[in-house]
Design a protein. Structure first.
Lengths: 112, 109
């Protein structure tokens, strides 16, 4: 199994508070991704990174920011959490652009 | 508009049956992926393919690039195959990765 962890695994927070989710990998893979999974929508890309300090937006990036200051960590921040951001968040890594993706275990976030 | 469509959405089968899950896509792709998600949430990559057919144990994945269609077959299905199967594609224009909404498979003993 690819060495990829997410923290926290579960979080309940209140509307308006900032939240940071962490993805950590031990594979030294270049590409890292944040997705959200919601019923009826499948997985949707929030942001991705193609190297340290190199990030780009996905299709549902509004309300989210990311940072990657070192290869192994990719942080997702909800600047001011809203109930619409209640979801399951998955991190994924990829060695190159055309390899398979490996997924983390997911973080279940509930915004009350 | 969904770039990736899967059918059926839900599927119930008896143990031992041959199962087919279909995936159609509308964008140009460099590769197509089949993923498996078990209850409890973990997502595992089953196949990545850009042409032809791949086989792993009782699972077979095929792709027809001209028709923009892929199928995932499970032979001699077993209750442990019960999971959600997700089709995803790598767009050949930029770093875009599109997912289907998944097919929920239940195999009854």
């Amino acid at each position: 199994d690819a060495g990829i962890t997410q923290s926290p695994r579960h979080k309940v927070t209140e509307t308006g508070t900032p939240v940071t989710l962490r993805c950590h990998q031990t594979e030294n893979h270049r590409y890292m991704y944040w997705y959200r999974q919601d019923p009826g929508h499948g997985l949707r890309l929030i942001h991705y990174s193609y190297g340290v300090k190199d990030t780009d937006k996905g299709e549902v990036s509004d309300g989210y920011s990311v940072s990657r200051s070192k290869t192994e960590d990719f942080l997702l921040t909800l600047e001011s959490a809203t109930s619409s951001q209640t979801s399951v968040y998955f991190c994924a890594i990829r060695e190159t652009h055309d390899n398979e993706q490996f997924f983390g275990p997911g973080t279940r976030l509930t915004v009350l | 508009k969904n770039e990736v469509e899967q059918s059926p959405q839900n599927l119930t089968a008896q143990e031992g049956e041959f199962i087919t899950i279909n995936c159609s896509y509308s964008v140009g792709i460099s590769a197509l992926h089949w993923l498996q998600q078990h209850p409890g949430g973990g997502i595992v990559s089953l196949f990545m393919l850009s042409s032809g057919k791949k086989k792993h144990g009782r699972l077979i994945a095929t792709i027809n690039i001209q028709e923009k269609h892929s199928s995932l077959h499970i032979t001699a299905s077993h209750p442990r195959d019960s999971a959600v199967y997700i089709c995803a594609v790598d767009s050949n224009t930029g770093n875009q990765f599109y997912f289907g909404t998944g097919t929920s498979l239940t195999v009854i003993p």
